[in-house]
Each structure stands twice: as C-alpha cells, then as structure tokens.
Design a protein around this ligand. Structure first.
Ligand SMILES: *[C@@H]1O[C@H](CO)[C@@H](O)[C@H](O)[C@H]1NC(C)=O
Ligand SMILES: *[C@@H]1O[C@H](CO)[C@@H](O)[C@H](O)[C@H]1NC(C)=O
Ligand SMILES: *[C@@H]1O[C@H](CO)[C@@H](O)[C@H](O)[C@H]1NC(C)=O
Ligand SMILES: *[C@@H]1O[C@H](CO)[C@@H](O)[C@H](O)[C@H]1NC(C)=O
Ligand SMILES: *[C@@H]1O[C@H](CO)[C@@H](O)[C@H](O)[C@H]1NC(C)=O
Ligand SMILES: *[C@@H]1O[C@H](CO)[C@@H](O)[C@H](O)[C@H]1NC(C)=O
Length: 360
C-alpha cells in the first residue's frame, strides 16, 4: 500500500466516523419503542432528533442548515433502503417532517412516519435516519420502533372446555384487557355491547365483534362448521388386509375438530380429521360418518359406506372370467372345425350338412 492510498483510506475512515454510534450531540428519540396498531388503521411513528451545528474544530458554515429524512426497515444503517421506494408500501406511506430549529450549538427537528391501511406484513422495526448538509452529517436512530400490526379484533372462547360454549370474548391484541369498548354483531346486525357475549349461541348464526369507534374493523366471523365433505384414499375397491384413510373437512371458524363414527356402533368414535384403518377385516364393513364440531355448533357429513372385497373373492372372480373366456374360444373352434369337415364330406355325396340345409 503506498502512502497516497493509505491517506485516502484514512480519509474514508474519518468520513465514516459520524455514522458510528455515540456521536456526541447526535440523537434520535422515539416516543415509544413498541407500537401496536389494528390492521387497516393508520399509525404515526414519531421521533425527535438533534445534532450539533459544529463538529469539533470543524466550523459549520452552511446556511440554512437542512436535512433529508429517511425511514427504513431493511439494509444496514449506513446503506438503508428508503421506505419511500419500497413497493410494498407504495403510497400508504408518508413522511411528516418539520423544519429545523437551530441555535448556536445545535439543531432540533421532528419527523413522523405515517403508515395507512396497515397490513400484518408491516410489522417491522422502523428506524429513522437523517442526512444534513453540515459536516459529518448523517445519523441513524437504532434500535428503532417495533410495530406490531394485529388482525383487528378476535373472538375467543375462554371456556373452550365447556361444551355448551356459554360465552364468547372479544379482544384486541393491542389493548390491555378492558382497554376498549366492544360491540357484538349477530348475522351482521348489532346485538349488544360488552367484552363478553352471553346470550345463547345459536349454531345457525354467525357472530363478530368490533372495537367501538372502529365499526369497519370487525373481527373475522365465527360460525359453526358447514356440511363436511368426506374423501377416501385410495379410491376404488377396498380389499381385505389393505388400508384406507377417510378424511373429513369442513369450513368453520374457529377450525373444526372431527369425530368419526361407525353407524350402529356404540363406542365413542375416533377423533381426528383423518381416520386411517389398517389391515382391513370384513367386520369393518359399514357406514362411516364424520362430525365436525367447534364451539359454535356441529354438523354431520354424509356417510361413506365401506364395502370390503376379500382378495380371495377377487381371485375367484378372475379365475371364473378366464374360464368362461377359454370355454367360449374352445366352443367356437370346435364349431368351425365341424363346419369345415361337414363341407368337405358333403362334396363327396355324404349326409347333407345341417348348416347347408338351412341355407337352401
Ligand atoms: C405521534 O404523535 C401524535 C400527535 O402528535 C399522537 O397522536 C400519536 O399517538 C403519536 N404516535 C405514537 C406512536 O406515539
Ligand atoms: C352471516 O350471516 C349473514 C346473515 O344471515 C349472511 O348473509 C352471511 O352470508 C353469513 N356469513 C357467513 C360467512 O356465513
Ligand atoms: C388429513 O389429510 C389431508 C390430506 O388427505 C391433509 O391435508 C391434512 O393435513 C391431514 N390432517 C391431519 C390433521 O393430519
Ligand atoms: C391382520 O389381521 C389378521 C386377522 O386379524 C391377523 O392375523 C394379521 O396378523 C394382521 N396383520 C397385520 C400386519 O397386522
Ligand atoms: C378441539 O381439539 C382441541 C385439541 O384436541 C381442544 O383443545 C379443543 O378444546 C377442541 N375444541 C372443541 C370445540 O372440541
Ligand atoms: C350427527 O351424528 C351424531 C352421531 O352419530 C348423532 O348423535 C347426531 O344426532 C347427528 N346429528 C344430526 C343433525 O344428524
């Protein structure tokens, strides 16, 4: 390394110094480290920042002092990716930044990042960086603000062990319990207020709740399972000794649990979406029905009848078919040979062939 490139290296080192942590007089302060917001709503992430107007012995003689704001989630603090250029945000994003107020020693500013139409994917750590026109003028405020976007509000079932599903609870991940007021809706119509829904729950109906003042932010609907559908694999003939899987599925919220029941059988049934029967015996022949259930209600599937073909039966059928085929061929060959012989003998004045008699 010659002395010139060494000097250039040193200069580069000097210029990069301001980006190092702990620059005296430089700071970004966020109002809060963690922010929670409802999806589809708008959030403001606020910060204030300051920097000295002089840098040690190097005088600052730019006027006016200006800065360029930048918010980022990706990239190193020295090479951040400006959110304004991130297609995932598009025009949902806005920088609301005020001018600087400077005195002889320092400048102060304020900048807000506004994100509209929040999505779950916006849950990130947001950092503010500013670049000034003064000497050594770059700074990133790390760590930034962690934003959690939650799926609006949710209906939950505090007593899920209670089979009657006596009540439902409305809550938002954002607020401490009781921080919001809630409204309840049945089949889309306003029904009552409060954190809990205590009226008898009807399995024909659907329910949702919302934070008061945010009617457009309803929880996903909860409802009893729809008619479940049953699939069987492998499809086709079920042979003794083989195995088969019955699978049941139903649209439901909350997700359904499943029970398989064999008709005319007293045992409680099998729980689980998929019911695999191995080593099938003829006693397993019968009608299998599935029931989908959740806290709101339950629904039965149409049943599937398992008919069991024993493998020996199959062989017998196969042997039988081949036997019939062989016999038919033999008979045809026999008839053909007889016809041939008959036509030959009739030419010699023998007894007339019955086939020939028929032709006359
Ligand atoms: C940002 O500031 C505005 C008003 O200045 C306030 O309403 C809002 O709650 C603040 N946001 C955060 C995340 O603190
Ligand atoms: C909920 O109930 C309303 C009113 O009965 C009905 O129009 C809507 O289709 C239902 N939604 C679902 C997902 O069942
Ligand atoms: C049941 O089987 C289906 C495919 O047949 C599969 O997608 C599903 O995840 C299985 N469910 C469980 C609970 O194993
Ligand atoms: C299948 O069931 C039969 C009759 O119960 C039994 O003899 C055989 O051992 C079983 N085979 C397997 C693989 O479990
Ligand atoms: C569904 O099954 C899960 C786990 O097995 C259980 O915790 C839950 O209470 C069940 N829900 C209903 C409605 O049976
Ligand atoms: C669904 O199946 C269960 C178990 O076989 C039965 O007790 C219940 O009456 C059935 N419900 C309906 C609506 O058919």
């Amino acid at each position: 390394m010659n002395s010139r490139s060494a000097a250039r290296g040193f200069l580069a080192f000097l210029l990069s110094l301001p980006a190092l942590k702990g620059q005296p007089g430089w700071a970004v302060t966020y109002t809060s480290k963690d922010v929670c917001a409802l999806s589809k709503s708008t959030v403001d992430i606020n910060c204030t920042f300051k920097f000295p107007t002089t840098s040690g012995n190097i005088p600052n003689n730019v006027s006016p002092v200006e800065y360029t704001p930048l918010w980022y989630t990706k990239g190193e603090k020295d090479e951040p990716e400006n959110l304004k250029e991130d297609k995932a945000y598009g025009d949902r994003i806005e920088y609301i930044c005020e001018g600087l107020s400077c005195d002889s020693s320092s400048c102060n500013g304020m900048c807000t990042l506004r994100i509209k139409e929040l999505r779950k994917e916006d849950s990130e750590n947001y950092k503010f960086r500013f670049i000034t026109n003064t000497v050594k003028g770059k700074y990133s405020g790390v760590p930034g603000v962690t934003l959690s976007v939650t799926d609006q509000v949710k209906v939950s079932f505090p007593s899920s062990t209670d089979p009657t599903g006596e009540n439902m609870e409305c809550h938002s991940m954002c607020s401490p319990v009781g921080g919001f007021k809630y409204n309840w809706f049945r089949n889309g119509q306003y029904e009552q207020q409060g954190m809990y829904y205590k009226v008898n729950i009807n399995s024909q109906d659907n329910y949702s709740c919302a934070v008061e003042g945010y009617k457009q932010l309803r929880s996903p609907l909860v409802y009893a399972p729809r008619t479940p559908s049953v699939t069987v694999s492998p499809s086709g003939e079920i042979v003794k000794g083989s195995s088969v899987t019955l699978s049941c599925s139903s649209d439901a919220n909350p997700a359904a649990n499943y029970t398989w029941i064999k008709e005319h059988e007293d045992s409680g049934g099998r729980s689980g979406q998929n019911y695999t029967i191995t080593n099938i015996t003829s006693e397993l022949r019968g009608n299998y029905c599935c029931q989908a259930h959740n806290a709101i209600g339950h629904h039965n599937s149409t049943c599937f009848f398992i008919e069991i073909t024993s493998s020996s039966q199959t062989t017998a059928v196969a042997v039988g078919t081949i036997g019939v085929l062989l016999a038919t061929i033999l008979l045809l060959v026999f008839l053909w040979m007889r016809t041939k012989r008959a036509s030959r003998t009739s030419g010699q004045g023998g007894r007339p062939d019955p086939m020939e008699l028929l032709q006359h």
